[in-house]
Write a protein that binds this ligand. Structure first.
Ligand code: ADP
Length: 577
């Protein structure tokens, strides 16, 4: 082999991001929302605090490879930890504050976190866990008000973050040499099936993934952007936005605990972010708020949405009513997390259904991510309609879980089995139809719960819709549509009339045999710790007889009913979509 003669030993590390913050973009700013209003700090000032924090880590005995937990909202101090911990050679372990106590205790013990940095406002959540942990931990409480002083008292041996930084004194810190392959961060999956599993990111994987957030066909973050990070920093690196902002010198706007529509809308109006990242449920709340309050969201030229399928109607309404472009991204904790990104197709846009259908796809794999579709018979063709499980590989895709055997069934000779079912068109654009555990098989054919939900959510009275399989003697499974409607909708119509109207609305939009036989009106779709529809809970409620469906059609096979047997005359789901 004739070797290239380039600086291939240059290490791709978080330390490079810190150097850029300090030397290239000292004036970029981080804005954090607090109960007392917004707090601002420049990248330059933050880099100086990061040096202090790195010294503090050393004084607490936290060195290379040690896991340092964070239990925090999206705020400036969390960003400081994002930088200082990996740059000091330790591993930033972001704990998902919304997990159950049992899951958190399991994760903290499994990761062997030596210290946990906790926001004062979250100490009450962490406190009950302390006695359940297998070993004592060093707690550091973050905050600078009276609440903080009281919170410190609640955790054994806890120290004050601000007091430690003050004592650490000013001046440069001698950072250790880092190998790009060493671990930088750790995040556990939400554990919807079995125990949560740890994904151990390397400096290299974070660096490459963050570079992709700067690509124009990805999030496309650049120096002139102001990025509002609503997606939690405690889950999957907040989609790479904090690291990307450090690389590009984009401003960061961090909402801390203020995630309701009203404070978010006000923050957008006041701070004029250009980019934002958040899950569909929060976007939907924001849309409802913006529809009924005079608020200007138009600074957002690039609102990235993902974590679960983004309803097409949500994108369309945002663009048409508020001049906000919502783009869809797909990925998972194991993929750092962004693997595909859906930039709009060329053309005028916004006019016809074909445009919006294309926009509702999850997009193409980012550069360096490779993707294949598999079923039991092998590789599935990219024809836009055949479906299979998505498998991915690439430099920011997990190869193994932390402290788990290498032969875990999630990994198949160099490929990650995502558990997501999709069709891919000839241009490589992915359309997720379901998670494998959520698929509905009716009369031997698949019904895409994601696509059905998308269509139900396009009904003007529907706020949220989650479709689950209901066991059925004849067809094995039929779709049960759990619907949350707008306030007042059930006063204006009887439940039967509204259910009939929803089914009428679906007619022609989906294959006849997909039409739900039953619609259950519910007050709220239960959500997981990261804001996704929790279908496991809905299925449990169904099993316990708690979901009262309105029977809308005759049972399949009866007169007037749309039976799965009729499916042959229908176009396949993805062709219809
Ligand atoms: P967990 O797997 O523990 O729920 P993750 O945040 O890692 O937590 O979730 C990843 C999953 O979220 C993906 O496997 C996929 O099912 C779903 N998901 C993420 N983005 C999208 C999207 N744009 N459309 C549909 N599903 C999505």
């Amino acid at each position: 082999m004739l070797e290239g003669l380039m600086q291939d030993d240059f290490q791709l590390t978080v330390a490079h991001m810190l150097r850029r913050m300090r030397s290239l973009y000292p004036h970029a700013e981080v804005v954090t929302l607090t109960p007392a209003g917004t707090v601002r700090a420049s990248f330059g000032a933050i880099a100086e605090r990061v040096d202090r924090l790195a010294r503090v880590l050393g004084s607490l005995g936290l060195g290379p490879g040690d896991r340092v937990g964070t239990f925090a909202w999206n705020n400036q101090r969390h960003l400081e930890l994002y930088m200082a911990v990996p740059c000091a050679g330790a591993v930033l372990h972001t704990l998902n504050i919304r997990l159950t106590g049992a899951q958190l205790a399991y994760i903290i013990d499994h990761a062997e976190d030596q210290a946990i940095f906790v926001d004062a406002s979250l100490v009450a959540l962490l406190e009950p866990l302390v006695d359940r942990l297998q070993a004592p931990r060093q707690y550091v409480v973050m905050g600078d008000d009276d609440e903080t002083a009281a919170a410190i008292e609640r955790l054994p041996g806890a120290l004050s973050y601000e007091a430690l930084l003050e004592a650490a004194g000013p001046g440069p810190f001698e950072y250790p040499h880092l190998d790009e392959r060493q671990a930088a961060a750790l995040c556990y999956t939400s554990g919807t099936t079995g125990n949560p599993k740890g994904v151990l990111y390397s400096h290299r994987s974070i660096s490459l993934h963050s570079s992709a957030t700067l690509m124009r066909d990805g999030l496309g973050m650049c120096h002139t952007d102001r990025a509002l990070v609503v997606v939690p920093m405690f889950h999957a690196n907040a989609w790479g936005m904090p690291h990307g902002a450090a690389l590009a010198g984009a401003d960061l706007i961090l909402p801390d605990r203020f995630l309701q529509a009203e404070p978010l809308a006000k923050l957008i109006e006041a701070e004029r972010p250009t980019i934002m990242g958040c899950v569909p449920t929060i976007f939907a709340d924001l849309l409802r708020y913006a529809d009924s309050n005079p608020v200007d969201l138009s600074s957002l030229t690039n609102a990235a949405c993902g974590g679960s399928a983004v309803p097409r109607q949500l994108m369309q309404d945002f663009q048409e009513r508020h001049d906000v472009r919502v783009f869809q991204a797909w990925g998972m904790t194991e993929t750092s997390p962004v693997a595909t990104y859906a930039r709009p197709v060329a053309g005028p846009g916004g006019k016809d259904q074909a445009y919006w259908n294309a926009r509702a796809k999850q997009g193409r794999p980012l550069p360096w991510v490779e993707l294949r579709l598999m079923d039991d018979a092998g590789e599935v063709a990219w024809d836009g309609s055949s479906t299979g499980e998505i498998q991915v590989r690439g430099p920011w895709v997990a190869a193994q879980y932390f402290k788990e055997p290498a032969d875990d069934e999630k990994f198949d000779s160099g490929w990650l089995r995502t558990g997501d079912i999709a069709a891919v068109d000839q241009e490589g654009s992915v359309q997720i139809t379901d998670r494998s555990k959520d698929v509905i098989k009716s009369g031997g054919e698949w019904i895409s719960s994601v696509e059905l939900e998308n269509e139900v959510m396009a009904h003007p009275d529907v706020v949220e819709a989650a479709v689950i399989a209901k066991p059925d003697e004849r067809w094995a499974e039929r779709p049960l549509c759990c619907v949350v409607v707008r306030e007042g909708a059930l006063d204006a119509h009887s439940p039967d009339a509204l259910a009939a109207d929803i089914v009428e609305h679906l007619r022609g939009r989906v294959a006849k045999w997909w039409l739900p036989d039953e619609i259950a009106f519910i007050a709220e779709v239960p959500k997981t710790s990261v804001g996704k529809f929790d279908k496991k809970q809905l299925r449990a409620r169904l099993q316990q007889g708690e979901l009262d469906g309105r029977v809308m059609l005759g049972r399949p096979g009866e007169a007037g009913a749309a039976a799965p047997a009729a499916k042959a005359e229908e176009s396949s789901p993805s062709q219809a979509g």
